[in-house]
Design a protein around this ligand. Structure first.
Ligand SMILES: [Zn+2]
Length: 371
């Protein structure tokens, strides 16, 4: 291990055990600000804490010499973890870092965080001219990409954003990502005594069951999936149930397919309850899909950096979202890249040391101007 690699690993081991579950990122945000400001960097915390109902905002970090009026690339990771890491005991083995099995490791996304803090601290040390770049650390990613959604980039001319938050190994990146919409359908019948006057009731559970049986779920086509994940309602076994709520989602690489499927579900439900009960249906966007062409500038830029780091670029299509989806929706070409934080959101979470160092190399290559 080189001294630079040792320093990066130490930084991860310092940042990972600082608690920062979503919307409670104050401690980790303060630590990152203290490290960067002590090194003379300019760090701005935005106003998003109140928007996302948390105790910290997004951090915008500018290296010395950053030009606010010039085009820039943005590198990004999120501050929050899905569960607390305060009692983390990280174990460094020969080839990997894991927890002791009692907590998550928090490599999602403290690995991306450490790599980018380290990049900011050392960006001036490698030879050659650098791109105009800045780094953003977001809050509230795990609960719904809230920090990224609230991030105001209108003052900056961001040409491409690179998100260091994909659990795949370095070299892999998400060129195409689905969009996700959630829907809620409330079926309303009529309550009545189940034994004395069942004829006077309309069972909302029967309405929902009949309606659900008429729609298609699962993989609808190679681009699209639909699921019903929650159903709740009813009062007691001796009451004909008046209300049942059904919650589901539709994902697709095509925004048109998402809207088409949501319309189909809503219409099918409406037709099914028509004349018997009532339906209240609503749907909202969690995040929009993105699809980059193989020759899109952001993709070419990333593939160049991956090759320079000695890896083969592997673009993939992915059925999950990230902060990159929010930036693409704002009109900023963004890609989520593999960092190798494996088995995220579980106590088995780990990463390989070689992946930490390779991802760091990719980050360093990304900010170099191609010679
Ligand atoms: Zn993550």
């Amino acid at each position: 291990m080189t001294s630079q690699q040792q320093e990066l690993l130490s930084l991860f081991l310092r940042l990972a055990p600082i608690d920062g579950v979503s919307h409670m990122e104050r401690a980790i945000a303060d630590e990152v600000m203290a490290i960067l400001r002590a090194a003379g960097l300019d760090v701005v915390e935005d106003q998003s804490a109140s928007v996302v109902k948390g105790n910290a905002g997004n951090l915008l970090c500018f290296p010395p010499g950053f030009r606010a009026d010039a085009p820039a690339i943005m590198l990004e990771a999120h501050l929050d973890t899905v569960q607390p890491t305060g009692s983390l005991k990280a174990i460094v083995n020969e080839d990997r870092v894991s927890s002791d099995g009692s907590t998550i490791l928090g490599a999602d996304n403290r690995m991306g965080l450490s790599i980018l803090v380290d990049l900011l601290l050392h960006s001036n040390e490698s030879p050659g001219p650098k791109k105009n770049f800045f780094v953003v650390f977001t809050v509230g990613e795990e609960t719904g990409l809230y920090g990224a959604a609230a991030l105001d980039l209108s003052k900056h001319h961001v040409t491409a954003a690179f998100v260091f938050d994909c659990s795949k190994r370095p070299g892999i990146f998400i060129r195409e990502s689905v969009g996700l919409y959630d829907f809620t359908a409330q079926f309303v019948g009529k309550a009545a005594h189940a034994g004395v006057a069942p004829e006077e009731g309309i069972s909302a559970i029967a309405l929902a069951a009949s309606a659900i049986s008429k729609i298609k779920l699962g993989r609808l086509d190679p681009e699209t999936t639909a699921n019903i994940g929650k159903i709740y309602g009813g009062e007691a076994t001796n009451i004909v149930p008046e209300r049942v709520t059904v919650e589901g989602e539709v994902r697709s690489f095509s925004p048109d397919r998402i809207r088409e499927e949501l319309r189909r579900i809503e219409q099918t439900f409406h037709t099914s309850v028509d004349g018997c009960g009532r339906l209240v249906f609503s749907a909202y966007s969690d995040f929009e899909p993105y699809v980059h062409q193989p020759d899109a500038p952001a993709v070419m830029e990333l593939e160049y950096a991956i090759r320079r780091a000695g890896l083969t670029p592997k673009p993939i299509r992915y059925m999950g979202g990230s902060d990159a989806n929010k930036y693409n929706a704002k009109g900023i070409p963004a890609v989520n890249i593999g960092i190798g934080a494996q088995k995220p959101h579980s106590v088995e979470e780990f990463f390989l040391l070689e992946d930490l160092f390779k991802t760091s190399e990719i980050a360093h290559e990304l900010i170099k101007i191609a010679q």
